[in-house]
Write a protein of this length. Structure first.
Length: 371
């Protein structure tokens, strides 16, 4: 790429000899040669600007530009309006304070496209006063594109999970208002019939029918709870997690649940995510941990976050060697990340497992999920 010629330096850079290098040769390297070497090998764009923001030197230019189009023009001519004012203030601040600054800016290319740059601005001193600013600029468009793509994918996944939760809710309501009601009505009729018999104990078929209906009603309640417990929508996260703890006590001898959450209801997305993380954590304990005890804690974490801690004394595992077909742990991580949370899963063979997830109460930077 073309360069512009740099004016002769005011001062000579000091070169520290390295062990094994001929100091006689190194001592003959002047500042101009060193400057040219730095400019040619650096992957950054190196720019020198004066106090007016005019570009006096650049080591390389992008395709579509020529050095003549760059040198002699204001650096602010190439930035987008939303970046110009901040960059102007930073240039003034560097000259005023003599301290370096960093920022990001957007630049309009000759073809009309936009690039993103990370800038590091440092003063160049002459007679102990800032005489110019050296700007090291890195093109971060690939990084921005990757971030935007990742954010889009996360928002799509968040919408899909919201749709899935809505469908779970509708199915659970259908079971509750349909199948479960028919089962309850059938049991009431058979129980009334049983009371009307002179010797109901001898009617084996009636007793068996009632037993099967009660089992079906229990199964309907289990399905409703697995899909989306009514307590989560009607009463909130604390009562919903209490139902999970009660179910876990069937298989785990000691299950402790404590909480110190604010009295007000949390946002629906946060409550749903908390519920699913606890549900998956307790499911893993019941299926894999062989634990004698497990504790579940929901607590306020600072002013703007909540924390979930699920800890068991089971057999533990090596987190680095989890089978690819085990989606439970990865599901916990993904649900936390979708809300800007911080998941931490620690475990060692024979030492139990602890799942800790911190979630912001008001997630930032996410597109609201559609109902």
């Amino acid at each position: 790429m073309p360069h512009t010629k740099r004016p002769k330096a005011e001062q000579t850079a000091a070169v520290v000899p390295s062990q094994g290098v001929c100091t006689a040769d190194v001592s003959r390297i002047d500042s101009d040669s060193l400057w040219q070497a730095v400019c040619s090998v650096s992957s950054n764009y190196i720019v020198v600007v004066d106090r007016a923001g005019t570009i006096r030197f650049c080591n390389r230019v992008d395709e579509g530009w020529s050095p003549e189009q760059i040198v002699g023009r204001s650096m602010l001519d190439f930035t987008m309006p939303e970046s110009t004012e901040r960059l102007y203030r930073l240039i003034e601040e560097v000259f005023t304070t003599g301290r370096g600054q960093t920022t990001e800016t957007t630049v309009r290319r000759p073809d009309g496209s936009v690039s993103y740059f990370s800038l590091r601005l440092g003063p160049v001193f002459v007679d102990d006063r800032p005489a110019a600013i050296l700007v090291c600029s890195e093109n971060i468009l690939p990084l921005k594109t990757t971030e935007q793509t990742l954010q889009h994918e996360r928002n799509v996944l968040r919408r899909l999970l919201t749709i899935q939760e809505r469908e779970r809710q509708l199915v659970s309501y259908e079971i509750h208002d349909g199948l479960a009601q028919y089962l309850a009505g059938a049991m009431m009729h058979l129980e009334a019939c049983e009371h009307g018999l002179s010797n109901p104990g001898e009617n084996h078929e009636l007793r068996e029918g009632l037993r099967l209906l009660r089992a079906a009603a229990d199964e309907a309640r289990r399905l409703i709870g697995g899909l989306r417990p009514p307590a989560l929508d009607e009463l909130g996260i604390v009562d919903a997690v209490e139902t999970l703890a009660a179910e876990a006590r069937i298989e785990v001898p000691r299950v402790e649940f404590t909480h110190s959450l604010p009295a007000r209801r949390l946002p629906p997305d946060v409550e749903t995510t908390m519920f699913r993380i606890v549900q998956e954590s307790l499911s893993n304990v019941r299926r894999h941990a062989h634990a004698g005890s497990v504790s579940v804690r929901l607590e306020q974490h600072g002013k703007g976050a909540v924390r979930i801690v699920v800890q068991d004394d089971g057999i533990g595992f090596d987190p680095t060697s989890v089978d690819e077909d085990r989606f439970g742990i990865e599901g916990i991580r993904q649900r936390a990340w979708l809300l800007g949370g911080e998941p931490l899963i620690t475990s060692l063979p024979g030492r139990g497992t602890t799942v800790t997830v911190t979630l912001p109460i008001e997630p930032k930077g996410l597109i609201p999920a559609a109902n």
